[in-house]
Design a protein around this ligand. Sequence first.
Ligand SMILES: NC(=O)C1=CN([C@@H]2O[C@H](COP(=O)(O)OP(=O)(O)OC[C@H]3O[C@@H](n4cnc5c(N)ncnc54)[C@H](O)[C@@H]3O)[C@@H](O)[C@H]2O)C=CC1
Ligand SMILES: O=C([O-])CC(=O)C(=O)O
Length: 259
Amino acid sequence: MLGPDQPVILHLLDIPPAAEALNGVKMELVDAAFPILKGVIATTDVVEACTGVNIAVMVGGFPRKKDGEKRCDVEKCVNLQVPGFSFREACSCKLQASFVVQVLVVANPANTNALILKEFAPSIPEKNITCLTRLDHNRALGQISERLNVQVSDVKNVIIWGNHSSTQYPDVNHATVKTSSGEKPVRELVKDDEWLNAEFITTVQQRGAAIIKARKLSSALSAASSACDHIRDWVLGTPEGTWVSMGCTLMAHTMCHLG
Ligand SMILES: NC(=O)C1=CN([C@@H]2O[C@H](COP(=O)(O)OP(=O)(O)OC[C@H]3O[C@@H](n4cnc5c(N)ncnc54)[C@H](O)[C@@H]3O)[C@@H](O)[C@H]2O)C=CC1
Ligand SMILES: O=C([O-])CC(=O)C(=O)O
């Protein structure tokens, strides 16, 4: 997430009914013998979990089932206030003088949950609260790469506007592909505006539901990988001339250029 040379200490927070499973995750992390993993704190105590944290990835929530929408179910959303409150506590108690936290909200509805967190943790600067639309961004890159039969790493600069939900707008109008004769616009290479303006968009918008239908579980590997991409690019920056997508509560749009 922060490169191969950056040691990390993981603080894992879960709710008390999940404490045993959480300990199982800790055992697996130890058994994986990751060279840069310098410690694991597995806890159900929000203050212990938040103390000294620099980067917080909020995945605590309940994935939707087949046919569900990523809407805000009040009872479930309120759950996110638990970590929200804990961050407020951790910050206001000045548990650590140099407490700087960058937050990525993953749990759905991700944009709404980021907004809730902003309200309940006012001591976290607004610009430090983001939510995950990078998965949608990566999905758009993947669709273009499959369509053109090119390496996904040669496709760049799609944009995800709006929420991490079926109302988002995946935009390829500035996207390019690296070719042997230089960078070319995606539209020029695809040569099929009908596909780009319809099926491509709905495929990206509905991809989460398609994965739930196929796996009977919500996306896991791609979500985790895009969360790592999000944090890495946020902290370390994107390559010159490249941008990525993320949800920000500060701005009315989801596209950030991180130089
Ligand atoms: N924004 C995005 O692109 C994506 C978002 N998601 C969302 O991420 C969330 C997590 O998904 P999975 O990891 O598949 O679910 P999961 O059910 O495997 O794990 C969620 C964990 O969160 C814990 N939890 C629930 N409430 C909590 C709270 N208040 N504080 C701390 N921990 C809490 C649960 O006990 C469970 O261990 C879901 O809301 C899912 O919809 C998933 C994929 C992509
Ligand atoms: O669709 C879901 O519920 C999980 C998710 O956010 C995604 O895969 O995009």
